[in-house]
Ligand binder design. Structure first.
Ligand SMILES: [Zn+2]
Length: 483
Protein backbone atom coordinates (compact mmCIF):
# COMPACT_ATOMS: atom_id res chain seq x y z
CA UNK A 1 0.00 0.00 0.00
CA UNK A 2 2.68 2.48 0.94
CA UNK A 3 4.66 1.76 -2.24
CA UNK A 4 1.55 2.30 -4.31
CA UNK A 5 0.78 5.52 -2.49
CA UNK A 6 4.27 6.94 -2.85
CA UNK A 7 4.52 6.05 -6.53
CA UNK A 8 1.19 7.54 -7.31
CA UNK A 9 1.92 10.67 -5.36
CA UNK A 10 5.04 11.09 -7.49
CA UNK A 11 3.02 10.37 -10.60
CA UNK A 12 0.41 12.99 -9.75
CA UNK A 13 3.08 15.51 -8.82
CA UNK A 14 4.91 15.03 -12.10
CA UNK A 15 1.60 15.19 -13.95
CA UNK A 16 0.77 18.49 -12.32
CA UNK A 17 4.18 20.01 -12.87
CA UNK A 18 4.57 19.02 -16.50
CA UNK A 19 1.06 19.17 -17.86
CA UNK A 20 1.69 22.68 -19.08
CA UNK A 21 3.85 21.18 -21.84
CA UNK A 22 0.74 19.91 -23.59
CA UNK A 23 0.78 20.70 -27.27
CA UNK A 24 -2.34 18.93 -28.45
CA UNK A 25 -4.60 20.90 -30.76
CA UNK A 26 -7.41 19.66 -32.99
CA UNK A 27 -9.64 21.53 -35.41
CA UNK A 28 -13.11 19.98 -35.46
CA UNK A 29 -13.92 21.63 -38.78
CA UNK A 30 -11.26 19.52 -40.49
CA UNK A 31 -11.29 16.53 -38.15
CA UNK A 32 -14.76 15.23 -38.96
CA UNK A 33 -16.64 12.12 -37.76
CA UNK A 34 -16.70 9.25 -38.39
CA UNK A 35 -13.16 9.17 -39.79
CA UNK A 36 -11.61 11.62 -37.35
CA UNK A 37 -12.43 12.46 -33.73
CA UNK A 38 -10.85 15.29 -31.76
CA UNK A 39 -10.14 14.57 -28.11
CA UNK A 40 -13.16 16.01 -26.31
CA UNK A 41 -15.02 15.75 -23.03
CA UNK A 42 -18.26 16.21 -25.01
CA UNK A 43 -19.89 13.11 -26.50
CA UNK A 44 -20.30 12.87 -30.29
CA UNK A 45 -23.63 13.18 -32.04
CA UNK A 46 -25.10 16.37 -30.53
CA UNK A 47 -27.45 14.25 -28.46
CA UNK A 48 -28.88 15.80 -25.25
CA UNK A 49 -26.64 14.61 -22.43
CA UNK A 50 -29.48 12.87 -20.60
CA UNK A 51 -30.00 10.75 -23.73
CA UNK A 52 -26.33 9.80 -24.07
CA UNK A 53 -25.64 6.25 -22.83
CA UNK A 54 -23.07 5.86 -20.08
CA UNK A 55 -20.72 3.15 -21.30
CA UNK A 56 -18.88 0.99 -18.82
CA UNK A 57 -15.92 -1.01 -20.17
CA UNK A 58 -14.54 -3.89 -18.12
CA UNK A 59 -11.20 -5.19 -19.29
CA UNK A 60 -9.18 -8.23 -18.26
CA UNK A 61 -5.49 -8.55 -19.12
CA UNK A 62 -2.92 -11.28 -19.79
CA UNK A 63 -3.46 -15.07 -20.02
CA UNK A 64 -6.90 -16.67 -20.22
CA UNK A 65 -6.93 -19.85 -18.13
CA UNK A 66 -9.48 -21.94 -16.25
CA UNK A 67 -8.51 -20.19 -13.02
CA UNK A 68 -8.67 -16.66 -14.40
CA UNK A 69 -11.97 -17.37 -16.13
CA UNK A 70 -13.50 -18.46 -12.83
CA UNK A 71 -12.74 -14.98 -11.50
CA UNK A 72 -14.00 -13.31 -14.66
CA UNK A 73 -17.25 -15.28 -14.61
CA UNK A 74 -17.81 -14.44 -10.96
CA UNK A 75 -17.73 -10.77 -11.94
CA UNK A 76 -19.72 -10.70 -15.16
CA UNK A 77 -21.81 -13.84 -15.64
CA UNK A 78 -25.56 -13.41 -15.36
CA UNK A 79 -25.46 -9.60 -15.41
CA UNK A 80 -27.59 -7.83 -18.01
CA UNK A 81 -27.70 -4.53 -19.87
CA UNK A 82 -30.94 -2.51 -20.07
CA UNK A 83 -31.80 -4.07 -23.44
CA UNK A 84 -31.78 -7.54 -21.86
CA UNK A 85 -28.51 -8.63 -23.46
CA UNK A 86 -25.75 -10.05 -21.24
CA UNK A 87 -23.06 -7.51 -20.38
CA UNK A 88 -19.92 -7.85 -22.49
CA UNK A 89 -16.25 -7.26 -21.70
CA UNK A 90 -12.85 -7.12 -23.38
CA UNK A 91 -9.91 -9.45 -22.77
CA UNK A 92 -6.46 -8.12 -23.68
CA UNK A 93 -4.88 -11.50 -24.30
CA UNK A 94 -1.34 -12.76 -24.37
CA UNK A 95 -0.50 -16.08 -26.05
CA UNK A 96 1.66 -17.52 -23.30
CA UNK A 97 -0.25 -19.75 -20.87
CA UNK A 98 -3.56 -19.04 -22.60
CA UNK A 99 -6.02 -21.90 -23.03
CA UNK A 100 -7.21 -21.40 -26.58
CA UNK A 101 -10.44 -23.36 -26.21
CA UNK A 102 -11.60 -20.87 -23.57
CA UNK A 103 -10.90 -18.02 -25.99
CA UNK A 104 -13.30 -19.60 -28.48
CA UNK A 105 -15.99 -19.68 -25.74
CA UNK A 106 -15.32 -16.04 -24.84
CA UNK A 107 -15.58 -14.88 -28.43
CA UNK A 108 -18.72 -16.95 -29.07
CA UNK A 109 -20.38 -15.25 -26.08
CA UNK A 110 -19.91 -11.92 -27.95
CA UNK A 111 -17.14 -10.64 -25.73
CA UNK A 112 -14.13 -8.96 -27.33
CA UNK A 113 -10.61 -10.29 -27.76
CA UNK A 114 -7.85 -7.72 -28.02
CA UNK A 115 -4.11 -8.14 -28.52
CA UNK A 116 -1.62 -7.93 -25.66
CA UNK A 117 1.35 -9.62 -27.47
CA UNK A 118 2.55 -13.22 -27.31
CA UNK A 119 4.97 -13.19 -24.37
CA UNK A 120 4.19 -9.86 -22.69
CA UNK A 121 7.52 -8.11 -23.37
CA UNK A 122 8.33 -4.47 -22.77
CA UNK A 123 7.99 -2.51 -26.05
CA UNK A 124 7.03 -5.38 -28.36
CA UNK A 125 8.15 -5.65 -31.97
CA UNK A 126 5.95 -6.64 -34.88
CA UNK A 127 6.31 -10.41 -34.49
CA UNK A 128 5.11 -10.26 -30.86
CA UNK A 129 2.01 -8.33 -31.90
CA UNK A 130 1.00 -10.15 -35.08
CA UNK A 131 2.09 -13.56 -33.77
CA UNK A 132 -0.60 -13.32 -31.09
CA UNK A 133 -3.24 -12.73 -33.77
CA UNK A 134 -1.97 -15.69 -35.80
CA UNK A 135 -1.94 -18.00 -32.78
CA UNK A 136 -5.46 -16.96 -31.72
CA UNK A 137 -6.63 -17.45 -35.28
CA UNK A 138 -5.16 -20.93 -35.68
CA UNK A 139 -5.89 -22.33 -32.20
CA UNK A 140 -9.08 -20.46 -31.20
CA UNK A 141 -10.57 -19.98 -34.66
CA UNK A 142 -10.88 -16.21 -34.24
CA UNK A 143 -11.08 -14.25 -37.51
CA UNK A 144 -7.95 -12.08 -37.68
CA UNK A 145 -9.97 -9.01 -38.59
CA UNK A 146 -11.98 -9.30 -35.34
CA UNK A 147 -8.89 -8.57 -33.24
CA UNK A 148 -8.77 -4.81 -33.61
CA UNK A 149 -7.57 -3.46 -30.27
CA UNK A 150 -4.25 -3.46 -28.47
CA UNK A 151 -2.79 -2.68 -25.05
CA UNK A 152 0.96 -2.37 -24.44
CA UNK A 153 2.42 -4.69 -21.79
CA UNK A 154 3.34 -2.79 -18.65
CA UNK A 155 1.55 0.15 -20.27
CA UNK A 156 4.83 1.20 -21.86
CA UNK A 157 4.82 2.71 -25.31
CA UNK A 158 6.75 5.14 -27.49
CA UNK A 159 5.89 7.14 -30.57
CA UNK A 160 7.54 4.37 -32.62
CA UNK A 161 5.41 1.67 -31.02
CA UNK A 162 2.20 3.62 -31.68
CA UNK A 163 3.35 4.07 -35.28
CA UNK A 164 3.79 0.31 -35.51
CA UNK A 165 0.21 -0.29 -34.32
CA UNK A 166 -1.06 2.12 -36.94
CA UNK A 167 0.96 0.41 -39.65
CA UNK A 168 -0.43 -2.97 -38.60
CA UNK A 169 -3.98 -1.72 -39.10
CA UNK A 170 -5.28 -1.73 -35.53
CA UNK A 171 -8.51 0.17 -34.95
CA UNK A 172 -7.60 1.25 -31.43
CA UNK A 173 -5.02 1.27 -28.67
CA UNK A 174 -6.03 1.46 -25.03
CA UNK A 175 -2.94 2.23 -23.01
CA UNK A 176 -2.69 5.91 -22.12
CA UNK A 177 -4.25 7.06 -18.88
CA UNK A 178 -6.64 9.95 -18.34
CA UNK A 179 -7.19 11.95 -15.17
CA UNK A 180 -10.01 14.31 -14.31
CA UNK A 181 -8.77 17.24 -16.41
CA UNK A 182 -8.35 15.15 -19.55
CA UNK A 183 -11.30 12.77 -19.22
CA UNK A 184 -11.73 12.64 -23.00
CA UNK A 185 -13.93 10.35 -24.99
CA UNK A 186 -11.90 8.03 -27.23
CA UNK A 187 -10.33 10.03 -30.04
CA UNK A 188 -8.32 9.35 -33.18
CA UNK A 189 -4.61 10.09 -33.22
CA UNK A 190 -4.83 12.29 -36.32
CA UNK A 191 -3.52 15.09 -34.11
CA UNK A 192 -1.46 13.03 -31.73
CA UNK A 193 -1.95 11.93 -28.13
CA UNK A 194 -3.98 14.32 -25.98
CA UNK A 195 -3.42 12.56 -22.63
CA UNK A 196 -0.29 12.04 -20.57
CA UNK A 197 1.17 15.26 -21.92
CA UNK A 198 3.47 15.35 -18.91
CA UNK A 199 5.54 12.63 -20.57
CA UNK A 200 6.26 14.70 -23.68
CA UNK A 201 4.29 12.49 -26.03
CA UNK A 202 1.97 15.36 -26.98
CA UNK A 203 5.00 17.19 -28.31
CA UNK A 204 6.31 14.29 -30.33
CA UNK A 205 4.68 15.34 -33.58
CA UNK A 206 2.83 12.05 -33.76
CA UNK A 207 0.03 12.03 -36.35
CA UNK A 208 -1.66 8.70 -36.99
CA UNK A 209 -4.91 9.21 -38.91
CA UNK A 210 -7.82 6.97 -38.06
CA UNK A 211 -6.46 4.91 -35.19
CA UNK A 212 -8.29 5.52 -31.90
CA UNK A 213 -6.80 6.01 -28.50
CA UNK A 214 -9.29 4.70 -25.95
CA UNK A 215 -7.98 6.21 -22.71
CA UNK A 216 -7.80 4.25 -19.47
CA UNK A 217 -9.60 6.42 -16.93
CA UNK A 218 -8.07 6.82 -13.50
CA UNK A 219 -9.90 6.17 -10.25
CA UNK A 220 -9.36 9.16 -8.00
CA UNK A 221 -8.93 8.45 -4.31
CA UNK A 222 -8.37 10.65 -1.29
CA UNK A 223 -5.94 13.56 -1.71
CA UNK A 224 -6.28 13.25 -5.48
CA UNK A 225 -4.26 10.03 -5.58
CA UNK A 226 -5.01 8.13 -8.79
CA UNK A 227 -5.43 4.38 -9.21
CA UNK A 228 -5.73 2.61 -12.51
CA UNK A 229 -5.38 -1.15 -12.88
CA UNK A 230 -6.55 -3.48 -10.08
CA UNK A 231 -7.67 -0.42 -8.12
CA UNK A 232 -8.61 -2.27 -4.94
CA UNK A 233 -5.32 -4.10 -4.63
CA UNK A 234 -3.68 -3.30 -1.32
CA UNK A 235 -6.20 -0.77 -0.07
CA UNK A 236 -9.16 -1.09 2.31
CA UNK A 237 -11.89 -2.34 0.00
CA UNK A 238 -14.77 -0.36 1.47
CA UNK A 239 -12.85 2.87 1.02
CA UNK A 240 -11.70 1.83 -2.45
CA UNK A 241 -15.22 0.92 -3.51
CA UNK A 242 -16.38 4.39 -2.54
CA UNK A 243 -13.60 5.89 -4.67
CA UNK A 244 -14.79 3.74 -7.58
CA UNK A 245 -18.35 4.99 -7.10
CA UNK A 246 -17.22 8.62 -6.82
CA UNK A 247 -15.07 8.33 -9.95
CA UNK A 248 -17.85 6.64 -11.88
CA UNK A 249 -20.18 9.47 -10.94
CA UNK A 250 -17.71 12.04 -12.25
CA UNK A 251 -18.20 10.43 -15.66
CA UNK A 252 -21.91 9.72 -15.26
CA UNK A 253 -22.83 13.20 -14.07
CA UNK A 254 -20.35 14.93 -16.39
CA UNK A 255 -19.63 14.42 -20.08
CA UNK A 256 -20.32 10.67 -19.87
CA UNK A 257 -16.94 9.60 -21.23
CA UNK A 258 -16.82 5.81 -20.88
CA UNK A 259 -15.90 4.57 -17.43
CA UNK A 260 -13.51 1.62 -17.05
CA UNK A 261 -12.64 -1.14 -14.62
CA UNK A 262 -9.27 -2.66 -15.56
CA UNK A 263 -8.34 -5.92 -13.91
CA UNK A 264 -5.67 -8.61 -13.98
CA UNK A 265 -7.77 -11.65 -12.99
CA UNK A 266 -4.60 -13.41 -11.78
CA UNK A 267 -4.42 -10.78 -9.05
CA UNK A 268 -7.70 -12.10 -7.69
CA UNK A 269 -6.61 -15.74 -7.34
CA UNK A 270 -5.94 -17.36 -4.02
CA UNK A 271 -2.16 -17.52 -3.80
CA UNK A 272 -0.06 -18.83 -0.93
CA UNK A 273 1.39 -15.98 1.08
CA UNK A 274 -0.97 -13.43 -0.35
CA UNK A 275 -4.03 -11.87 1.27
CA UNK A 276 -7.42 -13.46 0.67
CA UNK A 277 -8.77 -11.89 -2.55
CA UNK A 278 -12.36 -12.59 -1.47
CA UNK A 279 -13.12 -9.10 -0.12
CA UNK A 280 -11.85 -7.49 -3.33
CA UNK A 281 -13.97 -9.79 -5.50
CA UNK A 282 -17.03 -9.04 -3.38
CA UNK A 283 -16.38 -5.30 -3.61
CA UNK A 284 -15.87 -5.37 -7.39
CA UNK A 285 -19.07 -7.37 -7.77
CA UNK A 286 -20.98 -4.96 -5.63
CA UNK A 287 -19.54 -2.00 -7.56
CA UNK A 288 -20.46 -3.52 -10.94
CA UNK A 289 -23.98 -4.13 -9.65
CA UNK A 290 -24.18 -0.53 -8.44
CA UNK A 291 -23.11 0.80 -11.84
CA UNK A 292 -25.55 -1.44 -13.71
CA UNK A 293 -28.38 -0.31 -11.45
CA UNK A 294 -28.01 3.30 -12.66
CA UNK A 295 -30.29 4.32 -15.54
CA UNK A 296 -28.90 4.25 -19.09
CA UNK A 297 -25.69 2.39 -18.26
CA UNK A 298 -24.42 -0.23 -20.71
CA UNK A 299 -21.47 -2.49 -19.90
CA UNK A 300 -20.05 -3.29 -23.31
CA UNK A 301 -16.83 -3.93 -25.22
CA UNK A 302 -14.42 -1.30 -26.50
CA UNK A 303 -15.49 -2.05 -30.07
CA UNK A 304 -19.16 -1.53 -29.19
CA UNK A 305 -18.36 1.92 -27.76
CA UNK A 306 -16.47 2.86 -30.92
CA UNK A 307 -19.35 1.56 -33.07
CA UNK A 308 -21.71 3.84 -31.17
CA UNK A 309 -19.37 6.82 -31.55
CA UNK A 310 -19.33 6.33 -35.32
CA UNK A 311 -23.11 5.96 -35.38
CA UNK A 312 -24.42 7.66 -32.21
CA UNK A 313 -28.08 7.26 -31.27
CA UNK A 314 -30.01 8.31 -28.14
CA UNK A 315 -30.01 5.69 -25.41
CA UNK A 316 -33.73 5.14 -26.02
CA UNK A 317 -32.80 3.71 -29.43
CA UNK A 318 -29.75 1.78 -28.34
CA UNK A 319 -31.47 -1.60 -28.12
CA UNK A 320 -31.92 -1.56 -31.90
CA UNK A 321 -28.39 -0.40 -32.70
CA UNK A 322 -26.74 -3.17 -34.76
CA UNK A 323 -23.71 -3.27 -32.45
CA UNK A 324 -25.83 -3.75 -29.31
CA UNK A 325 -28.09 -6.66 -30.24
CA UNK A 326 -27.30 -10.10 -28.89
CA UNK A 327 -27.95 -13.07 -31.08
CA UNK A 328 -27.30 -16.70 -30.30
CA UNK A 329 -27.41 -18.95 -33.38
CA UNK A 330 -29.62 -22.02 -33.08
CA UNK A 331 -27.71 -24.69 -34.94
CA UNK A 332 -29.34 -27.75 -33.37
CA UNK A 333 -26.27 -29.97 -33.61
CA UNK A 334 -23.21 -29.51 -31.47
CA UNK A 335 -20.14 -28.26 -33.31
CA UNK A 336 -16.88 -27.05 -31.78
CA UNK A 337 -17.62 -23.31 -31.82
CA UNK A 338 -17.68 -22.22 -28.17
CA UNK A 339 -21.48 -22.49 -27.89
CA UNK A 340 -24.02 -24.96 -26.53
CA UNK A 341 -25.52 -25.62 -29.96
CA UNK A 342 -27.79 -28.53 -29.02
CA UNK A 343 -29.15 -26.95 -25.85
CA UNK A 344 -28.06 -29.71 -23.49
CA UNK A 345 -26.32 -27.30 -21.12
CA UNK A 346 -22.78 -28.17 -22.24
CA UNK A 347 -20.43 -26.29 -24.54
CA UNK A 348 -18.64 -28.34 -27.21
CA UNK A 349 -19.03 -31.62 -25.32
CA UNK A 350 -16.45 -34.22 -26.40
CA UNK A 351 -15.31 -31.97 -29.24
CA UNK A 352 -12.46 -29.94 -27.73
CA UNK A 353 -9.02 -31.51 -27.93
CA UNK A 354 -6.60 -31.57 -24.99
CA UNK A 355 -3.04 -30.68 -25.93
CA UNK A 356 0.08 -30.95 -23.77
CA UNK A 357 2.55 -28.20 -24.56
CA UNK A 358 5.99 -27.88 -22.95
CA UNK A 359 4.82 -25.15 -20.56
CA UNK A 360 1.11 -25.79 -20.12
CA UNK A 361 -1.91 -27.85 -21.13
CA UNK A 362 -4.49 -26.31 -23.40
CA UNK A 363 -7.78 -27.16 -25.04
CA UNK A 364 -8.68 -26.28 -28.60
CA UNK A 365 -11.31 -26.94 -31.24
CA UNK A 366 -8.46 -27.01 -33.73
CA UNK A 367 -5.35 -29.15 -34.22
CA UNK A 368 -3.01 -29.59 -31.25
CA UNK A 369 0.32 -27.91 -31.97
CA UNK A 370 3.50 -29.89 -31.31
CA UNK A 371 5.09 -26.89 -29.61
CA UNK A 372 4.30 -23.63 -27.82
CA UNK A 373 3.56 -20.79 -30.24
CA UNK A 374 6.36 -18.21 -30.21
CA UNK A 375 7.03 -14.96 -32.08
CA UNK A 376 9.46 -16.86 -34.32
CA UNK A 377 6.91 -19.61 -34.94
CA UNK A 378 3.40 -18.43 -33.97
CA UNK A 379 1.66 -21.34 -35.70
CA UNK A 380 3.68 -24.49 -34.91
CA UNK A 381 3.05 -27.67 -36.84
CA UNK A 382 0.24 -29.93 -35.62
CA UNK A 383 0.56 -33.47 -34.38
CA UNK A 384 -2.69 -34.51 -36.08
CA UNK A 385 -4.45 -32.94 -39.01
CA UNK A 386 -8.05 -33.85 -38.15
CA UNK A 387 -9.38 -30.30 -37.78
CA UNK A 388 -9.87 -27.57 -40.37
CA UNK A 389 -8.72 -23.98 -39.91
CA UNK A 390 -11.55 -21.44 -39.76
CA UNK A 391 -12.45 -20.21 -43.23
CA UNK A 392 -11.92 -16.58 -44.18
CA UNK A 393 -15.59 -16.46 -45.24
CA UNK A 394 -17.12 -17.87 -42.06
CA UNK A 395 -17.32 -16.47 -38.55
CA UNK A 396 -16.19 -18.73 -35.69
CA UNK A 397 -19.64 -19.53 -34.34
CA UNK A 398 -20.80 -21.05 -37.65
CA UNK A 399 -17.60 -22.92 -38.46
CA UNK A 400 -17.46 -26.66 -37.90
CA UNK A 401 -13.73 -27.40 -37.61
CA UNK A 402 -14.32 -31.17 -37.65
CA UNK A 403 -16.29 -31.21 -40.91
CA UNK A 404 -14.49 -28.19 -42.35
CA UNK A 405 -17.66 -26.39 -43.36
CA UNK A 406 -19.66 -23.28 -42.60
CA UNK A 407 -23.14 -23.98 -41.20
CA UNK A 408 -24.61 -20.67 -42.27
CA UNK A 409 -24.70 -19.49 -45.84
CA UNK A 410 -27.27 -16.70 -45.86
CA UNK A 411 -26.93 -12.96 -45.61
CA UNK A 412 -27.54 -12.91 -41.84
CA UNK A 413 -24.10 -14.36 -41.26
CA UNK A 414 -22.22 -13.21 -44.33
CA UNK A 415 -18.67 -12.53 -43.29
CA UNK A 416 -15.28 -12.09 -44.90
CA UNK A 417 -12.04 -11.82 -43.00
CA UNK A 418 -10.20 -9.04 -44.82
CA UNK A 419 -7.10 -9.03 -42.62
CA UNK A 420 -3.86 -9.91 -44.35
CA UNK A 421 -1.87 -10.33 -41.16
CA UNK A 422 0.52 -13.19 -41.79
CA UNK A 423 -0.42 -13.60 -45.43
CA UNK A 424 2.69 -12.01 -46.92
CA UNK A 425 5.41 -14.52 -46.19
CA UNK A 426 5.59 -13.52 -42.57
CA UNK A 427 5.65 -9.83 -43.28
CA UNK A 428 2.40 -8.52 -41.85
CA UNK A 429 1.22 -5.22 -43.12
CA UNK A 430 -2.18 -5.35 -41.49
CA UNK A 431 -5.70 -5.15 -42.74
CA UNK A 432 -8.64 -2.83 -42.35
CA UNK A 433 -8.74 0.88 -42.77
CA UNK A 434 -5.38 1.42 -41.14
CA UNK A 435 -3.56 -0.64 -43.75
CA UNK A 436 -1.18 1.68 -45.49
CA UNK A 437 1.11 1.78 -48.45
CA UNK A 438 4.04 1.94 -46.09
CA UNK A 439 7.30 0.44 -47.11
CA UNK A 440 7.36 -3.27 -46.53
CA UNK A 441 10.04 -3.28 -43.89
CA UNK A 442 10.15 -6.71 -42.35
CA UNK A 443 9.71 -7.79 -38.77
CA UNK A 444 13.38 -7.29 -38.05
CA UNK A 445 13.37 -3.70 -39.26
CA UNK A 446 10.38 -2.83 -37.13
CA UNK A 447 11.83 -4.52 -34.11
CA UNK A 448 15.05 -2.66 -34.59
CA UNK A 449 13.25 0.66 -34.89
CA UNK A 450 11.38 -0.14 -31.75
CA UNK A 451 14.40 -0.93 -29.68
CA UNK A 452 16.19 2.22 -30.82
CA UNK A 453 13.15 4.21 -29.81
CA UNK A 454 13.08 2.52 -26.46
CA UNK A 455 16.62 3.69 -25.75
CA UNK A 456 16.01 7.19 -27.02
CA UNK A 457 12.90 7.61 -24.92
CA UNK A 458 14.07 5.78 -21.88
CA UNK A 459 13.34 8.63 -19.52
CA UNK A 460 9.86 8.95 -20.93
CA UNK A 461 9.27 5.28 -20.52
CA UNK A 462 10.39 5.26 -16.94
CA UNK A 463 8.17 8.15 -16.03
CA UNK A 464 5.31 6.58 -17.92
CA UNK A 465 5.41 3.37 -15.87
CA UNK A 466 2.42 4.09 -13.70
CA UNK A 467 1.14 1.86 -10.97
CA UNK A 468 -0.74 -0.32 -13.44
CA UNK A 469 2.52 -1.20 -15.11
CA UNK A 470 4.30 -1.75 -11.86
CA UNK A 471 1.56 -3.96 -10.51
CA UNK A 472 1.54 -5.81 -13.83
CA UNK A 473 5.26 -6.38 -13.48
CA UNK A 474 4.84 -7.62 -9.94
CA UNK A 475 2.06 -9.93 -11.10
CA UNK A 476 4.34 -11.26 -13.73
CA UNK A 477 7.22 -11.86 -11.37
CA UNK A 478 5.23 -13.29 -8.49
CA UNK A 479 2.73 -15.41 -10.35
CA UNK A 480 4.88 -16.23 -13.33
CA UNK A 481 2.96 -19.12 -14.72
CA UNK A 482 -0.37 -17.44 -14.29
CA UNK A 483 0.04 -14.15 -16.15
ZN1 LIG B 1 -0.40 -7.34 -19.18
Amino acid sequence: MSLKFVLYSLFILSTTLLRSQAAYTCDSTTCVHPQCFCASTTPPGNIPIDQVPQFFVISFDDAMQQQTMQIVNTLIKGKKNPNGCPITATYFLQTDYTDFGLVTDWYAAEHEIADHTMTHPNLPGEAEITGNILALHSLSGIPKSKITGFRFPFRNYTTASLQLLSKLGFVYDSTVSAGTADMFWPYTLDNGVANECWSGICDAGLKLPGIFEFPMYNIIGDNNVAYLMDPLLGIPVDQGKQWLINSFNQHYKGGKAPFGLYLHPAQLLNQPGRPDPGPQITAYNSFIQYVLSQPNVYAVTYSQVLAWMKNPVPVSQLANHPAFKCTVPKLGTEICNGLDDNGDGNIDERLKQQCSLPTTTITTCYNCPVDTPTPANPVPKSANQNRFEVSTTCDTIYWDPVAGKCLCQDQSCAFTDLSNVGNNSGNSTGGGSGGTNNSTSGGDGSSQANSSASDAERMGIISRITIGGIIGTITFLVLGVLV
